[in-house]
Design a protein around this ligand. Structure first.
Ligand SMILES: [Cu+2]
Length: 441
C-alpha cells in the first residue's frame, strides 16, 4: 500500500471483546448467494454442498461489465470461518476456458492449483475447496496465467471474506470489489464497484462501518477516498495491523491488494458525504455516502478502534541468518519489462530461489524502470522494511507497489513448503504478469 508513513514493530496486543455472531448485517445491495456456505452450522467439506459461482458473459449493456460470476453482474461474496473449508463449484458458462485462484489466501499447504490453476473448459464445471489459515479479506478470480488476467480485466472476480472464529457482531459491513469495464467496442472503460458503475452507500451518523475494500483489477493502482471522514486502517492484504488513522480517509491499493478500515461516519442527518474511487493516471468515479435522516447512532464518538485479533503468523523475524537476495525489474531495449532477468510471460521452469523451511528470506526489490510495477508474493505475508535500518512498517503485505527507480526491501518467513508464484505486473500496461517462483522445502 502507498501513502503510509508510520513505522514500528509493535505487535497487536489488545483483543476486541467477544461478541455474538447472530446480529451481523451486511451492506444492502450485495449479493450473497454463494455465502450459503458460511451460514448456520458448518458441516465438514465432505458433507457440504458446494456453493455455486457461475462465470458468465453479460449482455452488452451500458451499466454492466463484460464478464461476471453472477448473472446480475454483482459478484457474490464468498464467506467462511478461519480454519474451516470453503467448497465452491465453478460453472463455466463462458465460451472459453477459465480457472480459479484464491488470491492472498495462505493455504494449509501449497496446492498444485496455486502454481498451475486447473483449467475449467467452456460449459464444464469443477469443484474447488480451500481451508484458509487467516481471517481477513481476499479475492477469488481466474488464475494469473493464460487468459486469466484478461478475464479479470473484463471484470471477473469477487471477494472472499474469512471470518475470525468468533466474528464481531452488530457492525455494519461495507464490502467493495473494485474492477473496471474493458469494452471492446470503443466506449470508454469505467470503474465498477461491485459490478456497477456507481457507488452509493447509506449509514447513520455516528455509526462505525467495517469497510472491506479489494482492488480486483490485474493492472491498476486504485485510490478510495472519503475525505471528510475518519477511517482507521485495521488490516492490509488479509492480515490485521496496528490500527492507524488514514490521512484524508484515503486508501491506495495496488492490483489484488485488500484493506480493512473502521469508518466512523460523521455528518448531519440527511446530508450526503462525497466518496471517490480513482485509478492512478486513469479514470475516476464520484460516489456518495447518504447519512440517514434519523437521530445519530450514538451521542458520543467511539474510542479509536482496537486491533483485530492476530492470525497465526510470526510477529518477529530473526535477520541474523537470513537468506538475502536481489530481484530486479528492468526494461530491455524494446521497452519490455524483465523480471528477475526474464521477459517471457510463461513461468520459468526452474525456481528463482530455494529456501529452507523456517528460514527468513530478505529480498531487495530493485525497480530500474520508469514504470510503476506491482509485485505479488504468494503464500507468505511479508514485512516491508525501512530503508535506513531493519525496522519494518506496522503491517504485513503480499504485494509491493514499486515506484519507478526505487528499491523496496521485504522480509518473510519461508514457512509453508511448496512452490510459490511471484508475479510482476506493470501498472496501466496490458495485464500479463511476468511470473517467477520459489520453492520452500
Ligand atoms: Cu494470487
Amino acid at each position: 500500500m502507498l501513502g503510509t508513513n508510520r513505522t514500528g514493530k509493535a505487535a497487536p496486543t489488545a483483543m476486541p471483546p467477544p461478541l455474538h455472531p447472530d446480529r451481523r448485517r451486511f451492506a444492502s445491495g450485495l449479493a450473497l448467494t454463494a455465502a450459503a456456505l458460511a451460514s448456520g452450522a458448518r458441516p465438514s467439506w465432505a458433507q457440504a454442498q458446494p456453493g455455486l459461482i457461475r462465470a458468465r458473459t453479460l449482455e452488452p449493456a451500458p451499466d454492466r461489465t463484460a464478464l461476471s460470476y453472477d448473472a446480475g453482474g454483482v459478484p457474490p461474496v464468498l464467506r467462511v470461518r478461519r480454519g474451516e473449508t470453503l467448497a465452491v463449484r465453478l460453472a463455466n458458462d463462458l465460451a472459453e476456458p477459465t480457472s480459479l485462484h484464491w488470491h492472498g489466501v495462505r493455504p494449509q499447504a501449497a496446492g498444485a492449483d496455486a502454481f498451475a490453476p486447473r483449467p475449467v473448459a467452456a460449459s464444464a464445471s469443477a469443484d474447488f475447496a480451500i481451508t484458509p489459515r487467516d481471517a481477513g479479506t481476499f479475492l477469488y478470480h481466474p488464475g494469473l496465467t493464460g487468459d486469466g488476467p484478461r478475464q479479470m480485466q473484463a471484470g471477473l472476480g469477487g471477494i472472499l471474506v474469512v471470518d475470525h472464529p468468533i466474528p464481531p457482531t452488530n457492525i455494519h459491513e461495507i464490502i467493495l470489489h473494485l474492477a473496471e469495464t474493458a469494452p471492446q467496442d470503443g466506449t470508454p472503460p469505467r470503474i465498477l464497484v461491485n459490478g456497477r458503475p456507481h457507488l452509493s452507500l447509506q449509514a447513520k451518523a455516528g455509526e462505525r462501518l467495517w469497510l472491506r475494500l479489494a482492488n480486483g483489477t490485474p493492472h491498476r493502482i486504485v485510490q478510495f477516498a472519503a475525505p471528510d471522514q475518519t477511517l482507521t486502517l485495521v488490516a492490509l492484504d488479509g492480515q490485521p495491523c496496528e490500527p492507524f488513522r488514514l490521512d484524508g480517509g484515503r486508501i491506495v491499493l495496488g492490483p489484488g491488494q485488500r484493506a480493512e478500515a473502521m469508518w466512523d461516519v460523521s455528518g448531519a442527518p440527511g446530508s450526503s458525504v462525497p466518496i471517490s474511487v480513482a485509478q492512478l493516471g486513469g479514470i475516476s468515479l464520484a460516489g456518495s455516502l447518504i447519512i440517514a435522516d434519523a437521530p445519530p447512532e450514538r451521542a458520543e464518538a467511539l474510542p479509536p478502534p482496537e486491533p483485530l485479533p492476530p492470525n497465526p503468523l510470526a510477529e518477529t523475524l530473526d535477520f541474523r541468518r537470513a537468506q538475502r537476495l536481489d530481484l530486479a525489474i528492468q526494461s530491455n531495449s524494446g521497452g519490455d519489462v524483465a523480471f528477475g532477468g526474464r521477459a517471457e510471460v510463461a513461468p520459468a521452469t526452474t525456481p528463482y530461489f530455494k529456501a529452507r523451511r523456517g528460514s527468513v528470506v530478505m529480498v531487495a526489490l530493485k525497480n530500474e524502470t520508469d514504470r510503476f510495477c506491482a509485485v505479488h508474493w504468494h503464500g507468505h505475508p511479508a514485512r516491508l522494511l525501512d530503508n535506513m535500518d531493519d525496522g519494518w512498517k506496522p503491517f504485513f503485505i503480499d504485494t509491493v507497489v514499486s515506484t519507478p527507480r526505487s528499491t523496496n526491501r521485504i522480509a518473510f518467513l519461508a514457512e509453508t513448503p511448496g512452490r510459490w508464484l511471484v508475479t510482476c505486473q506493470a501498472i496501466n500496461a496490458e495485464p500479463r504478469p511476468l511470473i517467477l517462483w520459489f520453492e520452500v522445502n
